[in-house]
Design a protein around this ligand. Sequence first.
Ligand SMILES: Nc1ncnc2c1ncn2[C@@H]1O[C@H](COP(=O)(O)OP(=O)(O)OP(=O)(O)O)[C@@H](O)[C@H]1O
Length: 256
Amino acid sequence: MYIQVKNVTKIYTQNAVNAKALEDANLEIKQGEFICLLGPSGCGKTTLLNLIAGFEKPTEGEILLDGQIVNEPSIKYVTIFQNYGLLPWRTVQGNVELGLESLGYDKAKIRKIAEEYIELVGLSAFKKHHPYQLSGGMQQRVAIARALAVDPDIIFMDEPFGALDAMTRMKMQDEISGIWEKKKKTILFVTHDIDESVFLADRIVIMTPHPGKIKSIINVPLARKRDRTHPDFLTIRDKVFAEFEMKEKNKIEYYI
Ligand SMILES: Nc1ncnc2c1ncn2[C@@H]1O[C@H](COP(=O)(O)OP(=O)(O)OP(=O)(O)O)[C@@H](O)[C@H]1O
């Protein structure tokens, strides 16, 4: 699915006060690309995600998916949030089956597809467990399995690993990168973590606030599986730091 964002501005109006969340954004995303939207709080990352997903409408400009203007959300685009969105009373299997149930498949088919994706994320031994019996990383893997199971055209991920500790987070980055290689889904991934974006993205969309804007787009032409300590990785990382004007001598920052 080919995504086009054309001259998109979004202004929220609350109590007669206008807030410009996004100004004149332009972006084209090809089928199967892994795109990271990177920037500090308030730069319009979630707004851009919600506009493309059809949850919000642009104030100016337009968003096209395969040439069609986006008017509303579709079952073919799924979103994975930071807080997983799992139903606590359902097992892992039941949670992964959730999205499939709305597709009208028979029970046996739903079970088979769910099992396939539970295996893909390495949770077959836990399929009868409930979310409270799982770690944060495992819960996020259930959310990923559920999202992939409906065979979506686009996966939106809004800071999905934000609540995880650093080591689990890196493990999840490895996993989502591996899954992306196998499935080649279009992924739009919101993050404020520079290393995460260099590790995951084909292209990093650099965004800046006041008002939210796309400042630049950086290509990451590194083969997967990426080595976070390789000089080529660090060169791109430096380039991203420079975009945020954070590359100064004696100044080390890992987050923006
Ligand atoms: N529904 C809304 N009504 C009014 N203002 C909003 C609304 N949603 C977002 N905004 C404002 O628009 C700007 C961009 O918000 P957005 O959530 O897109 O940024 P973000 O980059 O995703 O930030 P964060 O990393 O903190 O989630 C912010 O100033 C925010 O306060």
